[in-house]
Design a protein around this ligand. Structure first.
Ligand code: DGL
Length: 273
């Protein structure tokens, strides 16, 4: 017996595993295929057309592997590519993600919220629209975090460098009264213990991994034919070094993972500025 289809999930690198773990928990019988675009990480400082081209290549690969739903487990790629993916794959549920402004605005008591995210996300039109819609009278402070994604990609979650970067990026937000911090990049939940250690127990940390997994479940139930459930499986692919990806993914996923190299056509550098 096999599954009707698979759920394809991708990110610029290993960050999307912070979403995949919620998907695995909520949908324990599904076949999951994860792509880390490690050969092109980070997305945060790339142009929107570049990220859009990468997202299209990866999504074509996921569909070729049997994916009948796609999760963009990346805030930066959602901002750059969700629209084109929905046009190109109009028959599939395409689930994107964006910084959790709405729940953070509901949670803050100081009426000051800080958003930690990539520069690409913070500069996107999609993020501006999100603030227009949900910020209301709450003051939203934004903080790009260059270097944090790379720390997670190297698996250095408890390093001195991680701590220094987190101190540097959170200090101005706390100083201005933020009592709620949005983890607006899927890599950052892996740094949550260190962030908690730096900012203390009074500050709320908000991320969207679980909400995205629940939304995926609803979309599958509403839009796809009933699933024929088989044995759950999770496959991992990378466009970078397979040994390195296997090592870091195993660390973050909590069990031994073997990442396969994507086909050359999917891996190669996309010629977009
Ligand atoms: N994990 C990604 C996000 O949620 C992107 C990180 C990057 O490659 O810059 O934004």
């Amino acid at each position: 017996m096999s599954c009707s289809g698979a759920i394809g999930v991708f990110d610029s690198g290993v960050g999307g595993l912070s979403v995949l773990r919620h998907i695995r928990q909520i949908l324990p019988h599904e076949r999951l295929i994860y792509v880390a675009d490690s050969g092109h990480v980070p997305y945060g400082d790339k142009s929107a057309p570049y990220i859009e081209a990468r997202s299209l290549e990866i999504s074509k690969f996921l569909v070729s592997q049997g994916a009948d739903a796609i999760v963009i487990a990346c805030n930066t790629a959602t901002a750059a590519a969700a629209h084109s993916l929905r046009v190109r794959f109009s028959q599939l549920p395409i689930i994107g993600m964006e910084p959790a402004v709405k729940p953070a605005v509901a949670a803050t008591k100081s009426r000051v919220v800080g958003v930690l995210a990539t520069v690409g996300t913070l500069e996107s039109a999609r993020f501006a629209a999100l603030l227009d819609k949900y910020a209301g009278h709450v003051k939203i402070l934004t903080q790009g975090c260059p270097g944090l994604v790379e720390v997670v990609e190297r698996g250095e979650l408890h390093s001195l460098e991680a701590r220094r970067l987190i101190e540097r990026y959170t200090a101005p937000l706390l100083k201005q009264g933020a009592d709620t911090l949005i983890l607006g990049c899927t890599h950052y939940p892996f740094l949550a213990p260190m962030i908690r250690d730096v900012v203390g127990s009074e500050i709320a940390l908000v991320d969207t991994g679980e909400a995205v997994a629940r939304h995926l479940q609803q979309r599958i139930n509403a839009e796809l034919p009933p699933r024929v459930m088989g044995e759950a499986s999770t496959q991992f692919f990378t466009s970078g070094d397979a040994d390195q990806a296997s090592r870091i993914m195993s660390l973050l996923w909590g069990e031994v993972v073997t990442a396969s190299l994507l086909p050359q056509a999917v891996t190669q550098t996309t010629e977009v500025s």
